[in-house]
Design a protein around this ligand. Structure first.
Ligand SMILES: NC(=O)c1ccc[n+]([C@@H]2O[C@H](COP(=O)([O-])OP(=O)(O)OC[C@H]3O[C@@H](n4cnc5c(N)ncnc54)[C@H](O)[C@@H]3O)[C@@H](O)[C@H]2O)c1
Ligand SMILES: O=C(O)[C@H]1O[C@H](OP(=O)(O)OP(=O)(O)OC[C@H]2O[C@@H](n3ccc(=O)[nH]c3=O)[C@H](O)[C@@H]2O)[C@H](O)[C@@H](O)[C@@H]1O
Length: 386
């Protein structure tokens, strides 16, 4: 492997990374990238390893020994500090991060996103180790524009909706709207990390992902996750398409999102890892402002793309409306619109997303079809009564 060079032309020294939550969606893609393209070592911590099994076995893999899996729950495992001490950098991805949990399991959500992250921050600070912490675009909450009258021309003014790391406020609903338990816990851990940087000199980077999507995201209910489980929207809609049932639009599917391809976003994380002087002390939005759709438009596009990649015709009525109370239960609320400002990540790391929504859906739904279509068909064949 040729020596890697950072953005300032300096050779990058191989490092050891303690990655917490390495067995999840983002972790699996980051591990893949680090193994295929860099000489860095990964101590991969998680309670699950299914999504990185292909990187751990067999022993003939070219990166054997560079990635070691440690099955542990950071809530209660005395090995955590030792593993952080062994590494140059810690990346914390561990979290409960599916909206269906925020209003139904608010305590688990707050513990996971705040309390369980506390020792990680403390061990990094006490041992002078660098930390890259995964937060979320949900810390912005709702846009200022969402409080203006529906017909106000100011709603079209970017000043009222573009989300900027250093100036936008964090706007959440009332305490009864338990949806915001996740965003609020993430906000407080961001503030704590920022304070550790200011008062104790912790070298940190905070990442705010804006709807990263791609293969291996979440699970397909009844196949590799609980049948009654509610994953994030990509997996919900994939499940509906695979089962040939209408896609459920929550409260009319009017909310807007910008989706970024996981492989584009991972490039940004690698730049942060390998350019500490440019990334330390910063909070970065990582998203694709050019890929904005309403959830209804996403459903329509996924229906078209799935018909193309599967060769199956679409349903006559591809979507149905459902209320948020019916779908998520009491206490749900929503972000109206999420456009990331890209100024800081552009200036510090020169990163820009590349993949269009159509292209990223095409590769992702090709993966979903190839991975799940047979299993779904088998699971849907009803046993013949004897
Ligand atoms: N995917 C996105 O677009 C997105 C958007 C915003 C924020 N994020 C943040 O990025 C991070 C990773 O998200 P993801 O999409 O990969 O989610 P994910 O659920 O696929 O991955 C999280 C991983 O953390 C592990 N984990 C959770 N609690 C743990 C514990 N106590 N001990 C050990 N392991 C534990 C889980 O087993 C899982 O494998 C999260 O912090 C999330 O809030 C993701
Ligand atoms: O990915 C992100 O950037 C962040 O946002 C997500 O939150 P959200 O975008 O609301 O979650 P999704 O499940 O992906 O839902 C997106 C939208 O689709 C809607 N939806 C979801 C599922 C479904 O079947 N139908 C449907 O209309 C939701 O109501 C919501 O408006 C999650 O909170 C986190 O993973 C993350 O921190």
């Amino acid at each position: 492997m040729t020596t890697r060079i950072d953005l300032d032309g300096r050779p990058i020294k191989p490092m050891t990374i303690c990655m917490i939550g390495a067995g999840g969606f983002i972790g699996s893609h980051l591990c893949e990238k680090l193994m295929a393209e860099t000489p860095h070592k990964v101590l991969a911590l998680d309670v699950y390893s299914d999504k990185i099994k292909h990187l751990l076995e067999p022993d003939s893999l070219p990166w054997v020994g560079r990635i070691v899996f440690h099955r542990l729950n950071i809530k209660h495992d005395s090995r955590l500090e030792g593993l952080i001490k062994m590494a140059d950098l810690t990346i914390n991805l561990a979290a409960i991060c599916t909206p269906a949990d925020y209003n139904t399991r608010p305590l688990d959500t707050i513990y996971s996103n705040f309390i369980d992250a506390l020792p990680v921050v403390k061990y990094c600070s006490d041992n002078n180790k660098r930390l890259i912490h995964f937060s979320t675009c949900e810390v912005y909450g709702k846009t200022i524009g969402s409080f203006l009258p529906k017909d106000s021309p100011l709603r079209k003014d970017p000043a009222y909706y573009v989300l900027k790391e250093d100036t936008s406020p964090c706007i959440f609903g009332s305490i009864q709207k338990q949806r915001w338990s996740y965003a609020c816990a993430k906000q407080l851990i961001e503030r704590l990390i920022y304070a550790e940087g200011a008062e104790n000199g912790l070298d940190f980077t905070i990442v705010r992902p804006f709807n990263w999507i791609g293969p291996r995201m979440d699970f397909i209910p009844g196949i590799d996750g609980p049948i009654e489980g509610v994953p994030r929207v990509l997996a919900c809609f994939s499940n509906n398409l695979l089962r040939r049932e209408p896609l459920k639009l929550v409260d009319g599917g009017e909310s807007q999102r910008t989706f970024v391809y996981i492989k584009d976003a991972i490039e940004a994380v690698l730049l942060m890892i390998e350019n500490p002087d440019r990334a330390n002390g910063h909070i970065f939005n990582v998203g694709n402002p050019n890929n904005e759709v309403t959830v209804r438009q996403l459903a329509e596009m996924m229906t078209k793309v799935y018909a193309k990649v599967s060769g199956e015709p679409s349903l006559e009525s591809p979507t149905i409306d459902v209320s948020s109370k019916e779908f998520y239960g009491e206490g749900y609320d929503d972000s109206d619109k999420r456009i990331p400002d890209m100024t800081i990540i552009n200036r510090q790391l020169g990163w820009n997303p590349k993949t269009s929504l159509w292209d990223l859906l095409e590769s992702t739904l090709t993966y979903q079809h190839r991975t799940y279509a047979e299993a779904i068909k088998k699971s849907m064949v009803k046993p013949i009564a004897s």
